[in-house]
Write a protein that binds this ligand. Sequence first.
Ligand SMILES: Cc1cc2nc3c(=O)[nH]c(=O)nc-3n(C[C@H](O)[C@H](O)[C@H](O)COP(=O)(O)OP(=O)(O)OC[C@H]3O[C@@H](n4cnc5c(N)ncnc54)[C@H](O)[C@@H]3O)c2cc1C
Length: 350
Amino acid sequence: MLLQENVPLAPLTTFLIGGPARFFVEAKSVGEVQEAVTFANTKELPLFVLGGGSNLVVADSGWPGLVLKIAIPGIDRHPGDRDGKTIFDVGAGEPWDRFVSHAVAAQCAGVECLSGIPGSVGATPVQNVGAYGQEVSETIDSVEALDLKHGQVRELCNEACGFFYRSSIFNTSERGRFIILRVTYALTPGGEPHLEYADLKRHFEGRETPPNLAETREAVRHIRARKGMLIVEGDPDSRSAGSFFKNPVLSEQQHEDLKKRAAAKNLTIPSYPALDRNRKISAAWLVEHSGFSRGYGVGHVGISTKHALAIVNRGGATATEVLAMKDQIQQRVEELWGVRLEPEPVFVGI
Ligand SMILES: Cc1cc2nc3c(=O)[nH]c(=O)nc-3n(C[C@H](O)[C@H](O)[C@H](O)COP(=O)(O)OP(=O)(O)OC[C@H]3O[C@@H](n4cnc5c(N)ncnc54)[C@H](O)[C@@H]3O)c2cc1C
């Protein structure tokens, strides 16, 4: 285990924001993870588990304890199929999109719509990563994790992970308890791509033959790039933590109230089948209709020119500035629409 001190965290995040980690370890094996945890326990240091840094706002003062970056590699395909599914064991440190590319090349369906999402495999169960009508909860078979409560490696089956929209036990009831070491996915060999979202359907409009998995993957990456939701070198709109707010899930009453507020302004709340099914509404619409249009900016921090839901670092931004913009958006949306937006990224040291 290589222990480093005072390591800047900003370059390890997609937002490029945040101060240093007092101690830092990059663990490439389960043994190194365990060694790093023992070090943190012995020194009574707060521990933060880092993946690809794509869903974080790190404090300008950094992290006072140990930052443990999980870099366990490996994509292993089980020989033969199980109940008609092809099983992949993937190290938590593998870049997520590399695994998606691998699965698509192996003609296995189930994650193709999740192409282009930055970050590591180990973080995907944490907020039940999802996009374009797919969520990892649909294909995760089990998760191997170090249980810090009992100091042992455990396997959690899909049901034990408690998956919901953008949540699991790992970011709610058992937050901070598990370090994910490996994730097992069960994919459908030779399966059809999942084409549910309007954007994707539009992309393939007019085609005579249905798209295959590889074409679907490319389409998703193309659509994401257009929205600044693909990390592209030199694109300032991708210097973000992705969507900054979750799509709110409303009660019947709240939904009625929102519709009335919209009608009073001669507006209609947009309806998308994929959102309506779970009584979710578009956070991007609320943000845009609260005076924060694409390209809005205050100094170093702004809203992406391509997507109203992404707060971007226009260069030299601080976490303090990001939080100020977050507060401003939340307040205005609540004032106008009676809905409190919940941030999606994880705040570290804040
Ligand atoms: C441009 C862009 C587009 C995005 N698009 C999407 C999208 O479409 N859908 C979506 O769901 N998300 C999206 N995101 C958010 C982000 O990519 C995902 O949440 C991703 O899974 C985070 O992975 P990470 O490895 O970067 O995690 P990090 O940002 O490093 O960490 C996120 C959280 O997971 C925890 N964590 C990380 N690794 C582990 C581990 N091994 N064990 C335990 N806990 C761990 C961390 O402690 C932290 O709480 C986007 C982000 C960006 C920048």
